[in-house]
Structures are given as C-alpha cells and as structure tokens.
Design a protein. Sequence first.
Length: 95
Amino acid sequence: MIIDTTCIPNYLEASVLRLVCHLAEVQQCVVGDVATLCGMRFATATGIVIRAEGKGLVSRHPCPRDARKCLLRLTEKGHSLVESLRPSTAQLLNP
C-alpha cells in the first residue's frame, strides 16, 4: 500500500501503522499473523494490537474456528485513518 507519509498522525507508532495498513488489505487476521508479518514474538505483536485497540483503530472479534484466537478488524476510525493516508492521484503523478 502506498501512503502519504505527511498525513501520519504524530501519535501513531510505526508498528501500529503497519498493523492498520495490513488490516486494510486483508480485512481481518489473528495476532499470530501480525507476529509473522512483522517478524516478532507473539507477545510483542499482542502489545501492538493492544495499543491499536486503545487508540480505537482495531477491534477484536471471536474466531469461529478456534475459541483461543480472536480476529482483528479495523474500526471505522481505523478505516478513516487509512483513507486519510492514501495519496491522491495528483500526488502520485506529481511527486
């Protein structure tokens, strides 16, 4: 995903931004997917999810196939953030 880095809010950590952008592409995933994507331990990925959830960007939902897991999805605030980060066509054509 191409993003306009000038629009990234100061409060947003790079790891949370990576999670939000990943969820925008895949719609939903589990914490283990985040750990694999970012090349980190499960506990570290859980911390990123907790921070993103605390900022209102991500929500957790029960996984229908495995009660031990939860599915992560973007909230409306998360979707709005992603849309604000997408560069306009003009920005892409005239860098």
